[in-house]
Design a protein around this ligand. Sequence first.
Ligand SMILES: [Zn+2]
Length: 255
Amino acid sequence: MEIHKTTGIALSSIASGEADIICNYFTRDSGKRKFVFKGLKKSKKRSLAATEPGAVANLVYYHREDRDIFIVNDSSVEKYFPSITANLQKIFHLYFILECVEKTSGYDMADESIFILLLSGIEVLSKTDYPAHLSSFFTLRLLNHHGILPDIQACKICGKRQFGSFTMDVLDLRPVCGSCLGENPSGPWQRSAMLPGSIRGYLTACTTQKFSALDPGRYPENDILDLVFNLSMFIENYFHTDLKSKSFILSNRYR
Ligand SMILES: [Zn+2]
């Protein structure tokens, strides 16, 4: 058994047994990994801070090739984000981007660029006044990184690139323009939300510009939440999963 060190971002944690905490991290060098903190819940000396979702933690752990859960020997918090934890809306968006990473990443598949994307996403979330925009931006970037973001400019039925309001097919995320929707009201797009034509410019901007260059005030939050709804439906369908945290950020709009 060897001692290894890594840095990871806590994705989610659960109590296990009497006193253990099991925490999934996205680590810089090994991708998503499951760790157990033995006795942490009852420890008076050690803090739970390293296992709080969104915390960036340095971990020292026992490594064994044949294990799928690693025992933490020592931990420290490298970075945490008090401006998120003081703001309920930001907490919900934090949970959402963490869950998007957790549910779309396999265990032990190293991908440092996702670590960097997630770390910068959390840092931007801590500062921005537009958390819903950040969630949509982050999700689009993540899907693009996974290589599953399609051509989001052409209607998937008529192929036109000029149209106003549109919806998105939850099976492949491709746009369906308003007139095609009128002719084909039933299909995999019937549950997704309609979006105004201006969101197409937003989609392009999200994949080509930094978040700081976006001018989020131009795009109403309600439209952005509709976009997040469509993105969530696509992720759930594509990865055969359930994004539990979406209900927090979309609770006023859908049930
Ligand atoms: Zn069309």
